[in-house]
Design a protein around this ligand. Sequence first.
Ligand code: SMO
Length: 775
Amino acid sequence: MDDARPAATTGRYIGQRVARKEDTRLLTGRGVYVDDVGVPGMLHVAFHRSPIARGRIRSIDLSAARALPGVFALVTADDLARFKVDMLSFFLAQPVVPVPVLANGRVTYVGDPVVMVVAQDRYLAEDAAGLIVVEYDEEDPVVTLDDAKTGALVHPDTDSNVAAATGAEELDEDLEAALAAAAHLETLAFRHQRISQSPMETRGVVAQPHGSGELTVYLSCQGPQLCARWFAQALELPQTSIRVISKDVGGSFGLKGQPWREEVAVVLGAMLLRRPLKWIEDRLENLTAANQAREQEITLRAAFDAEGRLVASHADYGLNNGAYPQGADSNIAVMMFLWGAHKLPAFSFRARGWFTNTVGLAAYRGPWAIESLAREVLLDRAARRMGIDPIELRRRNLIRRSDQPWTTPMGLELTDISPAECLDVLLQKVDVAAFRAEQAAARREGRYLGIGFATYIEPTAGSTGVAVLMSESAHLRVEPTGTVTAVVSTHSQGHGTQTTMAQVIADRLGVPYEHVEVYEDDSSRGGYGSGAYGSRQAVAGGGACIRAADLLLARIRESAAHILGVRTDDIVLRNGVLHVTGDKPQTVSLRDLADIAYGDPDRMPDGHAGLEAQYRYRPPPITMTSAAHACIVEVDAQTGFVKIRRWVTSEDCGNMINPAIVEGQIAGGLAQAIGSVLMEEVSFDARGNPTAVTYKDYMLPTIFDVPEFEYHHDASMPSQAEGGFRGVGEGGCIVGPPTLVNAIADALIPFGELELELPLTPARLLAHIEQRPEI
Ligand code: SMO
């Protein structure tokens, strides 16, 4: 029975729906979020924020607030002037404007923090914030993309409101000629509304200065190590003097990728006042003053030959960056992946990001996702106008496995994408002919059913281009108790990485899953890495865990062989027990081995104590994930309400560590996709006042809006990454919107081609159905 190979490769845990390690504490209210943290002597912060979108600060009167008993300090930009702060963006390729921590002379959006109030408790802090009187010279704000192109400068020291620009400013004559000469030219122009990331846990920070000059920062964030590095660089402090602790995180979706103005203000305030400070963002602040997402416009033109094959395409793209963008330069990714999976010979684009007097943009699950929405909606329209079945049109243009390697006009080298093959699987599950018959029968009864399809590819676990996302670390240790401790630079925002990383380690080592404890909450534990970004954790973190486990297993076997006087090849670790094969079969527990390893190093090989291993893994530059989705809706022609009747997913995310977690990721992304198509919208009036400031106005999908999804996994093509994993975190949010839009447009074809005006609210759909202006 004993084999010479480690039991680790048997997949006892990898690929299984193992119960999540996180669930007991999270489901019984024992998670630790930032608001659960309290430290002795802690004071509370509230911000006095600008009520206008644009203007000069004439005066700040703090006297009434200062007189309120229990107010400890009122901090303005002047008080912070002694600190040199360089607000960084890890994700912008191009420099943008300097970002002040607190408004300094000017305010640039409604909600711009002007004064940080520090008081005995939050109630007093809020009361004091209300007593601060700021006088402004108000100016006309720049709110929309059109305003940005024609209005005043958002930042007076800049030459224009263009924050970032890529692509060709001039149209390419050859490309224009190809577009003009083609058998069919389809143009789609639309605006994607602004979205709030809306994590369940808002932003939050507790900053605790120590007498030594060191700081402990409890932070709701996507990666404690990366955020510690961010603070160290932004504040020019030694990395070791900042310790970031981030335990449970109630979602982030890109918002908490890096600390921003308020978090930095609190940290500086704690250093200035030498007191621990706490700030928990309230929901009003989160919906108005936390960075937001999307708000893009795109005009996409695509030309086809008479058989429906793509000939050429051009995209003109604009992004409302807000005043201080954090993750604005998604332009290149939008263009890179727009036709990334299609046989398109010629493509050019112009992409620009614009400053406005609105709160800045940050990343949001699939920050470049508009590419899939634009492409897939355009394909459906083109198919209808050319009289080609939309699935057939996709099949004629998608790059199949057999076509690869393939290099796109954007220079993307594709070796293992499979959207066409995912579509094949999908069509085995969805009987389109039967649906069309049902649709026709329903229409005769005045019921409007529609079906929509979309495919996508996603660049996951990118480890090229963005220098902070290059590698991930795992440090494993067999404790003297015989259990395994793993310090990993992944960071769960609800992803369940304590579970998935433990599955990988347990399998690879040959120990029970229950014996592996994963820590990813504290920058001072070591294990520098980046955490939760870009659908990277299974690939980058999983790879690090595999390699570290292999090193540790080698060390365990070598040590056991030395101590027992047998050959290394005769040692197998299975279920936490070392089995000695050969002439003198016996077993030794990992705990007994660890006892010797730590307590009696003279018996170890070379006298080296301990059983530990560390590996820093750099995944391949990009690991592609592919998918095809279908959705069936019914639109109520009386009310304009959309009912999602069925949603089928078919994805290739390579080897799965835990299918339940993969499906949870897809479902979460799809819930957000449904929200962004049907109801979510951050809106402003002409003066730049936010007009959706509670969840009564900013509509989030609930369980009643989100159907049960059907999942189909094709793992026949493991990735090139260690373990064969592919990322899946953002995918649902990228492929979901076009799937749903296409289904609604299909349902409403009897009323003509639907204008894509997001969100597709009941009022907008009714206006289309009744062929009248929206009320
Ligand atoms: S939207 Mo993410 O932080 O890759």
